[in-house]
Design a binder for this molecule. Structure first.
Ligand code: BGC
Length: 705
């Protein structure tokens, strides 16, 4: 059916629905579904988390798992890993494959991807997002959405907006300049809506300028629905709705998860008491709210349904097939970031006979379990230890846990019952006898680590890992650290270890993907999607004190403004430990002959930056050419440079390729608060081309006129 025919059909359906039927469609009937209209054969809408795989089936009316036997799935790598690939093609594959699983599981809306900007390394949910840079997040989110939606499953981009910390997330009020809002925190949402054509969006828990974001008039009415012409459905976060009239008038279409355990705590159907249920119906009946306001919501919901569960020829999806595992492994391998590699510590030759001590709880701990709503019931999850044992069959692999964290639990920390001293001594013993020590540490999916509902309480490694590493280094100086986390961590031992690899949460194929990179089967090409500061106060949000992060529990002020991540490190000349865009390879690359196609551009022009990329080493590999642009003389203070283009190129050893990166001149505009619009300043700009934000190999000056 053509778009106009669908709109006509929707109108004809609306004309025969009763007020009660329409209101019912605007709120939950269970934890993850909304009702259909039985007498007309209009189906229910089923949703699922999101964003790294399709979550296990949840009970109708409480948060327990339903214990189905057909809901084990493929766990894909966390979105930080996807961002680290700097490869939008992989994001498309991610979306397609994940969407197929969602479809097979009979889901109509997949609750993801998340695009909240990485502002502080303490945010417990950074692992679910696409890093600190609005341009990178925008480029990566579009194909993910398109991939999911081509299965007839709606993506639901979340959490709109400014949900950049978990602490006090349900009430903290964010105060921020318009400029930082438009330049840093909104672009990925805008790209999701305008270029990804996302069919649904989730409001957030927090407040913005004194109003809850889920029914915030500026965010939902003005920006999303009016300026961006969003034609899809606004869904609340689970329990983020607080007021009927505000929700009704400020853009909320479907209310989910409002604080109730449903039927278990009520004799009546508790869902009838939702803000968008009976209270809404009463306002309609009394004439306080016009019926057209309701019709607009139902029109959006039906439109989503014609795109999903009412779409003719909807594909059927598939699940747990080999291709899904292969894609998960490929993305995991491409997202792993090699941060340090003294004396070519990595790769480790699998044909060698040697003793490898694998130390650390993260070598065996499940990382698909825990973390909050992104938790998965993975059909398989290969641990790093298993992956290494399968690949390094000539080596003797010894293993010690070294430290322990306790099991993951939502909203609480359950301490480990292991004897920490004993674990440490066991680790030191095997380290003494090994040729190589691989330390598998980092964070995990426990409460107050990389987990929803709380923030990390310290920037350093938890569970005594720093001390353990120091002790290990006293008995063996051939140590490589494999960090598993979704966040930056402090590294006081950095100069004493030979190598550091950042491996994220990688899902079903975690151990295989890690073994692929450690063995050299895969040459690492991941790049950091966020900066690693040396110390917490070197991070912009933290450098402004408590009111900036985490706030005083009522308000917080984003005093870091537009200077988030590398923008701050660059502009304030505070060197990070590892920079945005940084990541090593087993080969070496050179960027040469860089030029722009012209010297002077008009606002409507495309700037073409081209050059030659050479693989100068003796291994095949991939490099990400990154283009940043800055403006020195400006009427406002600017970041030294901002990412405006990137391209990943795969190159055989000793070969070269030309690259061409296209940038819209208009994308150099800043958000001008004096005119409440984007403003492309005329004059000189500097283009920086490199393979990391802190490794620039060429600079070019251009003019905009
Ligand atoms: C999370 C959302 C999630 C929802 C449903 C909320 O607590 O913030 O990201 O989709 O729960 O599980």
């Amino acid at each position: 059916m053509k778009a106009q025919q669908i709109e006509n059909k929707i109108d004809s359906i609306i004309s025969i629905l009763t007020l009660e039927e329409k209101v019912a469609m605007c709120h939950a009937q269970s934890k993850f579904s909304t009702p259909g209209v039985e007498r007309l054969g209009i189906p229910e809408v089923w949703m699922s988390d999101g964003p790294h795989g399709v979550r296990g089936e949840i009970n109708w009316d409480d948060w327990g798992y339903a214990k189905w036997t057909n809901d084990s799935i493929t766990a894909f790598p966390a979105l930080t890993c996807l961002a680290a690939t700097f490869n939008p093609k992989l994001s498309k594959e991610y979306g397609i494959n994940l969407g197929e699983e969602a479809r097979y599981r009979k889901k109509d809306i997949l609750l993801g991807p998340g695009v909240n900007i990485y502002r502080t390394p303490l945010n417990g949910r950074n692992f679910e997002y696409l890093g600190e840079d609005p341009f990178l997040a925008s480029k990566m989110v579009i194909p993910y959405i398109q991939g999911v939606q081509q299965n007839g499953v709606a993506a639901c981009v979340k959490h709109f907006a400014l949900n950049n910390q978990e602490l006090w997330r349900d009430h903290i009020n964010v105060e921020i300049s318009d400029r930082a809002l438009y330049e840093i925190y909104l672009p990925a949402f805008k790209a999701a809506v305008k270029e990804g054509n996302v069919w649904s969006i989730m409001g957030a828990y927090n407040q913005f300028r004194g109003q809850h974001t889920t029914h915030n008039s500026m965010l939902m009415n003005t920006i999303l629905k009016k300026n961006w012409a969003f034609d899809g459905v606004v869904i609340s976060d689970w329990g983020s709705t607080h007021n009927t009239k505000e929700a009704v008038l400020n853009g909320l279409d479907i209310e989910m998860g409002t604080g109730t355990d449903g039927l278990t705590t009520s004799t009546k159907n508790a869902y009838d008491s939702y803000y968008l249920a009976n209270p809404f119906l009463e306002m309609l009946k009394s004439g306080e709210i016009e019926e057209e306001v309701l019709n607009d919501k139902v029109r959006r919901i039906l439109r989503l349904m014609f795109r999903t569960n009412m779409m003719p020829n909807r594909p059927f999806g598939r699940m747990n097939n080999q291709e899904h595992l292969d894609v998960a492994r490929k993305i995991a391998g491409e997202g792993i970031v090699l941060l340090k590699n003294n004396n070519s510590f990595f790769p480790i030759d699998p044909s060698k006979k040697m003793t490898i001590a694998v130390i650390g709880e993260n070598a065996t701990k499940s990382m698909t379990v825990g973390g909050g709503s992104s938790e998965l019931k993975a059909k398989t999850e290969i641990s790093p230890l298993t992956g290494l044992k399968d690949r390094f069959t000539n080596a003797t692999i010894s293993h010690a846990m070294g430290y322990a964290s306790g099991p993951s639990a939502y909203g609480k920390v359950i301490p480990s019952t292991f004897d920490a001293e004993k674990l440490k001594l066991e680790a030191i013993e095997i380290a003494k006898k090994a040729d190589v020590v691989l330390f598998f540490g980092g964070l995990n999916k426990n409460h107050l680590q990389d987990c929803e509902g709380g923030d990390r309480q310290s920037f350093s490694l938890p569970f005594g890992q720093d001390n353990l590493l120091t002790e290990i280094l006293k008995v063996n100086n051939n140590v490589g650290v494999v960090l598993i986390s979704g966040n930056a961590v402090e590294m006081p031992w950095i100069s004493n270890v030979n190598a550091i690899m950042q491996t994220w949460y990688l899902g079903s194929e975690a151990g295989n993907a890690i073994a692929d990179v450690i063995s050299g089967d895969v040459n690492p090409s991941g790049k950091l999607p966020f900066s690693f500061p040396k110390k917490l106060t070197d991070n912009a949000a933290h450098s402004f004190g408590k009111l900036s992060y985490p706030g005083d529990s009522i308000n917080q002020y984003y005093k870091d403004d537009i200077l988030v991540g590398y923008r701050w490190h660059d502009t304030k000349k505070i060197a990070p430990l590892f920079a945005f865009g940084e990541g090593l390879s087993y080969t070496t690359f050179e960027i040469k002959n860089v030029k722009s196609d012209k010297k002077t551009y008009a606002p409507s022009d495309k700037i073409i930056v081209s050059g030659l990329l050479l693989n100068t080493g003796n291994v095949d590999g991939a490099e990400v050419v990154q283009v940043y642009i800055g403006k020195s003389k400006s009427k406002v203070s600017r970041a030294l440079k901002e990412l405006k283009g990137f391209q990943k190129e795969f190159l055989k050893k000793a070969s070269s390729t030309t690259f061409e990166i296209f940038i819209n001149a208009n994308d150099l505009a800043f958000y001008d608060e004096t005119i409440a619009d984007w403003n492309l300043e005329k004059g000189e700009y500097v283009i920086y081309i490199g393979n990391s934000s802190n490794n620039i190999s060429a600079k070019i000056k251009i003019e905009i006129n």
